[in-house]
Design a protein around this ligand. Structure first.
Ligand SMILES: [Zn+2]
Length: 244
């Protein structure tokens, strides 16, 4: 091949590359305009290029296990919706996310723990919704559970997520709690068995009208607050690690 031909060939390749990029970019644009979020295939491409420490996001319940329900709301659906919004926020910011479930499949507690441990995730965040069946009318707010003997990193993760959630202005904090509802000395299964700092967010009560708004009308803001808390924590953790 003579030089002129080679030059023409390389400019053809460049031309094709530029137009492919323009086409892909506009396809993503059209998809976002139509569906309001990044399409699954583009997420797949983005995910492929993400490197570095990962966070494990656990959408509580799923499949045959619906979790709590009240007034047409089903816990397993809301936990997945919020978890996927958090996933999207984190991945857009370049953070690798491991999901314990990404659809409505029955997922055992053992498999959730195994997913997090096998991935060597830096942290584990489980998302649930609370339920109150008593006679009081004002039971609402977010509480975050940690291990009963939580170390500094785990408490920090809970604190940062709760801080960002309360900063939104429409979420009442019920504080950080250790152990579990039944026993302050016995941790929830996923917290007890994951090898990394782990928290369980009870994202408000299905039985509270205010809390329902948090996961319905303000789902985007709520998810963004959780993602911001996680990002602050991951920055803190990786800084501590690299300064060691
Ligand atoms: Zn639950």
């Amino acid at each position: 091949m003579d030089t002129r031909k080679r030059r023409r060939k390389s400019s053809n390749v460049r031309f094709a590359l530029v137009w492919t990029a323009v086409l892909v970019t506009s396809l993503i644009g059209i998809d976002i305009a139509h569906f309001g979020s990044v399409p699954a295939w583009a997420k797949g491409v983005r995910r492929y290029f993400l490197k570095g420490p990962a966070i494990c996001i656990d959408a509580g319940h799923g499949g045959e296990d619906a979790g709590a329900s009240s007034g047409g709301q089903i816990e397993k659906e809301q936990t997945l919706r919020i978890a996927q919004l958090v996933e999207d926020d984190l991945e857009s910011d370049g953070i690798r996310v491991i999901m314990t479930r990404d659809d409505d499949s029955t997922t055992s507690l053992e498999s959730r723990v195994q997913t997090a441990n096998d991935a060597g995730a830096l942290g584990f965040v489980s998302i649930h919704r609370n339920m109150y069946n008593g006679t009081k009318t004002d039971v609402k707010g977010v509480e975050i559970w940690t291990s009963h003997d939580a170390g500094e990193a785990e408490t920090d993760l809970a604190r940062l997520v709760l801080e960002h959630l309360t900063e939104t202005g429409y979420i009442t904090s019920r504080g950080i709690k250790g152990g579990s509802m039944d026993d302050p000395e016995t941790d929830y299964y996923v917290i007890r068995n994951t090898q990394m700092p782990s928290i369980l967010i009870e994202l408000g009560f299905l039985s509270s009208e205010d809390d329902r708004a948090m996961v319905e009308e303000y789902a985007d803001v709520t998810a963004r607050a959780i993602a911001d808390g996680i990002e602050d924590w991951m920055n803190e953790q990786t800084e501590t690690e690299s300064s060691r």
